[in-house]
Design a protein around this ligand. Sequence first.
Ligand code: HEM
Ligand SMILES: [Cu+2]
Length: 623
Amino acid sequence: MSVPLTSLGLVRGIIGYFAGMVAGMALVMAARVALGMEAWNPEAVYVGGIIVGIIAFLLAIGAMTDWLKWTRGIETPMRHGPPSGQPAWTRYFGVDYNHKVIGIQYGVTSLLLLTVGGTFALMFRTELAEPGLSFLKMDTYNVIFSLHGWVALASILVGVGGMANYLVPLMLGAEDMAFPRLNAFAFWIIVPGAITLMLSILVGGWDSGWTAYPPLSLKGAVGYQFMFLAIFAIGLSSILGSLNLIATIVLMRPKGMSMFRMPIFCWAVLATSLIQLTATQFISIDFLMMSFERSLGMPFFMPMINEAGVNMGGAPLLHQHLFWFYSHPAVYVFVLPGLGIISELLPVFARKPLFGYRWVALSSLAIALVGFLVWGHHMFVSGYQDYLRVAFMLSTLLVAVPTGVKFFSWLGTLWGGRLTFPTPMLFTLGAISVFLIGGLSGPVLATTTTDLYLHDTYFVVGHFHATIFGGFVFPFFAAIYYWYPKITGRMYNEALGKVHFYIMTPAFWVMSIGQMSVGVMGMRRHIADYDPALGIQTGQLWITLAGFAIAFSILLFIYNMFTSAEVGAVAGNNPWRSRSPEWQIPSPVPEHSFATPIRVVGEPYDYGLANSSYVAMVGAGDD
Ligand code: HEM
Ligand SMILES: [Cu+2]
C-alpha cells in the first residue's frame, strides 16, 4: 500500500519544525525592529526560532491535539491500533498512545542516536590513533567530541525510556501507562530536541564538552544556544516521563502485587524516576540561565568586576554546582535501569531466586538518595573550600555500599545455579564484568589526593565509559535480545548474537582499560593531540582499533535484529521459561496486552521451587 508522506506524523512534524523556526525568527526580528534595535542578532533570533520550532513540531505532529480539544470541551475517545486505512508500520512514525509502540519508538530512536554518537567517536578516535593532527582541525575536533558526549547521553536517556515504557506496564499486568497522552508527548518532544542538537553543527557548533563550563560556553559560537535548548527539551521529556512512570508503578499494580512483590526492574525504574523527576530541573534551569545570559545579557555566571573591584556580575562556579547537582544523580539514571535488568535476568538463566530481593530493591533507592550528596566530587580542583573536599570525598565513597549490595546479590544468585548462556545471559555477565572495571575506578577518583592528578585525564574517560557500558549499554543489549521474541514473536539469530558478544566484550575491556592507562600516563581528555614523548602511541592505537571493533559488532547486531524479524524461528509465548507476567501472554503482545486481569499469588523469583507460581490469570467468573 502506498502511503503519502505527509500522512506520517513525523514528516508533518519536521515540516512544522522548520516553518515554526522561520516564523519564530521573523517574530523576534520584528520585535527587535519595533524596539528600535538592529533586526539581526543571532543569539536572540535563533532562540526565538528554536522555541517556536519545537512547539510547532509538537502541534504539527498532533502531540497536543487531544489536550487542545479538551480545552474546548470536545471528547477524545482513546484510539487503539494503527491509524485507520493505513498499514500497521505507519503508527511508529506518528503519535500513538500504546505504551508498546512508544517503547519501540524510544528504543529505535536510542539506537539511532547511539549510531550517530558512535560515528562521531570513531571520527575523533581516528584522529587520536597517532600523534600529530592528521585530518581534523582542532576546532572541529572540539565540536565533534562535544557532540559525541550529548548525543551519546541522549541515546542513553532515550534507551532508558524505551525499556521502562515497554516493560513496566507489562510487568504490572496493566493495559498501559497511567497517562498515555503524556507518554506520547514525552517521547515526541525528544525528536525536535535531537534535531535542534544536530542543527547546532550548521551554526558553528559548540566546543566545551557536555559540561558546558563558562566562560567558554558563554563566549563560543551560537551553536551553544541550540545545545542548551535541545537539552532543555530532552530534560522536559525526562521530567514528564518519570512522573508518568511513578504514577504507573504506585497506582497500577495488580491485586496481590505489593511493592516487595514487583519485578525488580520496576524498583529500578521507580528509583530512576524519582531522580529524574527531582534532579532534572537543575540542569534545565542552568541551561536556560546560560541561554538567557547569552541572548538577554543577564549576568548569572560571568563575573563583571567594576572599578571598585566589586563583582557586579555572576559566578562561574554556580554553573558547576547546578550542573553537577543534576549530572551526578543523572549517572544513576543511566545505570540503575540497566542494573535492574541484570537482577531481572540472572534468576531466569540461573533458575534460582534472586538473592536478597528486598536489599536489592532498597539499594536502588539508597543509591538514588546518596547520589544527591556527592556532586562536589566533580569539583575537587574547582577551587572551592577545602573542607568541602573532605565531605564530598566521604559521601562519594559511601555509594560503594549500596552498589556492593547489588554485586553480592548477583554473585549469590549465580552461586550453585543451573546456568545457561544464551546471548542475553552473556551480555548480562559481560555487563557485570565491565561495570566492575568502572566501579572500581570510581573510588580512585573519589579520593581527593588521587583525583588532583587524575582529574581531566583519560582515566576519567575510561572510568565513565566502563560504568556506562556496564550499567547501560551491555544490559540494554541483554534486554533487547531477551525481549526480542516477546516483541517480534521470533527468535534472533543466536550465533550472530554470540559473535556480537565475543567481539564487543573483549574489545570493550581493551578500550576502557586502555583509556585508563593512557590517562595515568598523562593523556589529557578533550585534547586533539598529544606529545609522542608520553609514550602512549601503542595504547592510543589499541583504543581506536577496539572502538572500531565495537562499532562493527553493533552493526552485526542491527543486521540480526532486522533479518530475524522476518526469518527468525517462531518463538512461542515463553521461550525463557520466565515467571514474569509479560511472558504469560502471546508473542508478539496483542494490542490490549492482557486478555484478562492478572493476580499475583506468589513471589516473583522463586525459580526452582516446586509448585510455586507468581501470577495467575483471573478468568471470567473469578473474583
Ligand atoms: C554508577 C555508575 C557510575 C557512572 C555512570 C559514573 C559516571 C561518571 C561520569 C560520566 C563522569 C565524568 C563526568 C565528566 O564528564 O567530567 C564521572 C566522573 C567521576 N566519577 Fe563516576 N560514575 C559512576 C560511578 C562512580 C563511583 C562508584 C564513584 C566513586 C565511588 C565515582 C566517582 C567519580 C568521580 C570522583 C568523578 C570525577 C572525576 C574527575 O572529573 O576528576 N563514580 N563518573
Ligand atoms: Cu559524579
